[in-house]
Design a protein around this ligand. Structure first.
Ligand code: SAM
Length: 286
């Protein structure tokens, strides 16, 4: 089987199977070997690893992964791609293809069945229409994963990696940074895909923490505070949090907690670090 990571071989496969791209599945296939190498390098795959690939498409990156990993489990939603994958991955006996929606897969069960309960390394060129649900589902459920190396929209990668005081900083930055260390490892232009996406892309590696980097007694409450703070981005925290339905916090309680943290009552949520949100949440719990 010819290697897929170039435009000619990709087009030949698409024609052989008369494949029609499905926009609803976010199908933009990679056609640049140097980008594929970069992703697989960034994921730091060794022969010991079991890789979970989300959305293998026609199997381009799967071939690269199968060359380096002990095992690859690839989960693809589009039934039309099953005969294609059977063909393009026929030379590899360490690849398992599952036809499923990744949002409905029980990753802990999959790791028991396929990897003796050990954590996966997730690698993917993600479908952009569900990037955040896929990532938050893995992180929030503490799925057994060591790292997640993924192609996403450039703007989303920047939101995940940025810190306080920038316009991109928000609930997604804090949620990702609570569970993992994010590092953007490459920017990728639209001409590396077929069809070309309308936005720029970036590869980001999230290295999952064993323990969260901050101490917080009630995670759910901290994330409720974070969401409320960024829902009302232009408001001071004292106003934003006391207005937020469901939190049951008064203006005075917020002001007092901020004072205990050495912060002025006029402070806005967008300037607080994850550590400060954790502290605020602990103080407001009482
Ligand atoms: N990995 C291939 C590549 O790099 O050329 C294809 C990447 S393409 C951006 C995203 C892939 O994810 C498509 O093959 C699409 O059908 C698949 N996909 C979309 N939604 C999915 C879901 N909910 N679960 C599993 N796969 C999905």
């Amino acid at each position: 089987m010819a290697e897929l990571g170039n435009p000619q071989n990709t087009i030949a496969i698409l024609q052989k199977y008369q494949f029609h791209f499905q926009k609803k599945f976010g199908q933009n296939f990679l056609i640049d070997p140097s980008v594929l190498e970069r992703i697989v390098d960034a994921a730091q795959i060794t022969g010991e690893d079991c890789v979970l690939e989300i959305g293998p498409g026609i199997g381009t990156m799967t071939q690269y992964l199968a060359e380096r990993a002990g095992k690859v489990i690839a989960v693809e939603i589009d039934r039309a791609l099953m005969p294609v994958l059977e063909d393009t991955l026929s030379a590899y006996d360490n690849v398992t293809i599952l036809q499923a929606d990744i949002l409905k897969v029980d990753i802990a069960k999959l790791s028991e069945e396929q990897n003796g309960g050990r954590p996966f390394k997730v690698v993917a060129n993600l479908p952009y229409y569900i990037t955040t649900p896929i990532l938050m589902n893995l992180l929030e459920h503490r799925a057994p994963v060591q790292s997640i190396t993924v192609m996403v929209q450039k703007e989303v990668a920047e939101r995940m990696q940025t810190g306080p005081g920038t316009k991109d900083y928000g609930a997604l930055s804090l949620a990702v940074q609570y569970y993992a260390l994010p590092e953007i490892v490459a920017n990728v232009p639209p001409n590396c895909f077929i069809p070309r996406p309308s936005v720029g892309s970036a590869v980001i590696r999230l290295t999952c923490y064993g323990e969260p980097p901050v101490e917080v007694r009630d995670e759910r409450r901290m994330f409720a505070l974070i969401r409320a703070s960024f829902n009302q981005r232009r408001k001071t925290l004292a106003n934003g949090l006391s207005n937020a339905a469901g939190l049951g916090i008064t203006r005075e309680q917020v002001t007092l907690a901020l004072e205990q943290m050495g912060l002025p009552a006029t402070v806005r949520g967008e300037t607080l670090t994850l550590e400060q949100f954790a502290k605020l949440s602990n103080l407001l719990e009482k």
